[in-house]
Ligand binder design. Structure first.
Ligand code: FES
Ligand code: FES
Length: 171
C-alpha cells in the first residue's frame, strides 16, 4: 500500500508516493537518489542517517516515510549552495579536521545544524549533548567538536539558513 504525500525537501515542494513500510532513509536514498545521507546501523544507534525534519534532528532509518507529510525535510544536500559553495559548518569541518573517512560527517553536520539553528552560541557541553547519538570511529570527536565550536563561537550568520534554496527565495 502506498499513499501520495506532499512535503518540502531542501526547500523544494514535492509530491511523492510513499509505501507504508518505507523509512525516510529509504525514501531519500533509494527512491529520490539523495545519497548524502548515510546508512550505518539501520537501527537508531549510530546517527549516520541524521536529517532535519521541521527543525528537529531525527534518525531517518527509524523515521516512517509517511510521517513527513506536510513537513520540511533538510538533508546534507540542502546545505551546499547551487554553485557548490559549502555551508559554513561544512567548511569548518574541512578546515578543522572534523572529517576523516567521512561516513559519519553528514549526520554529524545535520545534528550540529539543528543545534545551532536553535542555539547559535551553543556551549561545548550543548554540542556534546547534541552529538550523543552520532558515532564516529575515526576522529576521536575532538576535531568534530572544534569544528562546531568555531561556528558557535564565531556567530556566523549563514548557519541559520534552513537551506540555501530557501534563502534565495527570500531574497
Ligand atoms: S543508520 Fe540510522 S542511526 Fe544508524
Ligand atoms: S570520520 Fe570516519 S566515522 Fe567519522
Amino acid at each position: 500500500m502506498g499513499k501520495m504525500i506532499s512535503f518540502a525537501l531542501n526547500g523544494n515542494k514535492m509530491a511523492v508516493e510513499v509505501k507504508d513500510h518505507w523509512t525516510l532513509l529509504h525514501l531519500l536514498r533509494e527512491e529520490l537518489g539523495l545519497l548524502g545521507t548515510k546508512e550505518g546501523c539501520g537501527s537508531g544507534e549510530c546517527g549516520a542517517c541524521t536529517v532535519i525534519v521541521d527543525g528537529m534532528a531525527v534518525n531517518s532509518c527509524l523515521f516512517p516515510g509517511l510521517e513527513i507529510a506536510e513537513k520540511d525535510v533538510v538533508t546534507i544536500e540542502g546545505l551546499t549552495s547551487p554553485d557548490g559553495t559549502l555551508h559554513p559548518l561544512q567548511k569548518s569541518f574541512v578546515e578543522n579536521g572534523g572529517i576523516q573517512c567521512g561516513y559519519c560527517t553528514p549526520g554529524m553536520i545535520m545534528s550540529a545544524k539543528a543545534l545551532l539553528d536553535e542555539s547559535p552560541n551553543a556551549t561545548e557541553e550543548e554540542i556534546k549533548h547534541s552529538l550523543a547519538g552520532n558515532i564516529c570511529r575515526c576522529t576521536g570527536y575532538v576535531q568534530i567538536i572544534d569544528s562546531i565550536k568555531s561556528i558557535s563561537e564565531g556567530g556566523v550568520e549563514e548557519v541559520h539558513v534552513v537551506a540555501w534554496k530557501n534563502k534565495e527565495k527570500d531574497e
